[in-house]
Write a protein that binds this ligand. Sequence first.
Ligand SMILES: *Cc1c(COP(=O)(O)O)cnc(C)c1O
Length: 361
Amino acid sequence: MSIAINTIEENLLEENKRGSCPSEFGFGTVFSDHMFTQEYEVGRGWYDAEISPYHNLSLDPSAAVLHYSQEIFEGLKAYRTPDGGINLFRPEDNFARFNRSARRMVMPEVDSAFHLEALTRLISIDQSWVPNQEGSSLYIRPTMIATSPKIGLGASANYCHFIIVGPAGPYFTGGFNPISVYISDDYRRAVVGGVGEAKTGGNYAASLFISEDVAKKGYTQVLWLDAVEGRYVEEVGAMNICFVYEGKRIVTPALSGSILAGITRDSVLQLAPTLGYEISEERLDINQILADIKSGLITEVFGCGTAAVISPVGQFAFKGEDYVINNNQSGDVSKHLYDELTGIQYGIKDDPFGWTQKVQL
Ligand SMILES: *Cc1c(COP(=O)(O)O)cnc(C)c1O
């Protein structure tokens, strides 16, 4: 299928007419000049693939996504390299996960090669939006929504797949600072057999209540325990989590069926052994973890995900008690992994894994 290209200047939104990336941006509120869209209908397949000026979507108020949340998304980044090029990091893994999420939510899959072509064309057209300030990147948000106008419950017959992109500032502005994490004893993120493995909007809507509540108490993120026993460590916010034992062994919860399989998590598991660390994936009892923090066996804790890459955890709160890690300072292992991973992403370090690919501009 070919992609129709409509880049007519006068069709740009008024606020986008600057035509290139502003010098100041945070995360997730500024988007580039163009977007990719394609439509799907059962029996017909995908059609009307187009790159056009960034615009509002037009939906019937009865569109299925607005009522029953049949929706999926992805999150990845494009990085400006020192030679002025643009790198993508493991995009096929994001597109494979997009299709796994699609299957779980009874939505149509998107051909991975076509998905990559659509994204590449979009980045090429909006290349001036890929920032070059240190630590910044272009955040990429592929999304699919159910658009059939019907409020009877059932899978939609129509879908819209779109990709929007926008500049993302450095995640760490005041240095590589640790976050404080509240361990939720009452609220759960996902259950085995549910949709925790899928990147689908409902998971995040369900997490807002406790996240907002603990934000008022000064915590940055929530650590989620398994939903059956409330005992096993799963994730931190929308990141996977790793514990460092004695500065040399990195332990992360094994994928349980309710944990989102992060690409950063997988990258850490592949990269760390080449840097001299041991790794293991285990079922981690929160009581043992907290005891190991108290005894000093656990020397660092960090979250990992596309947005922050590596986010050190300085302290946990659980049932009214605080557990401080590494004197609330970021540690050497977290920093080492952060430098190596971001070095590969930005094309500053060698990429022995073949994770990055240059966007043809
Ligand atoms: C996206 C996400 C992650 C991290 O995945 P990456 O591929 O590393 O960005 C972890 N947990 C949840 C719940 C997520 O939504």
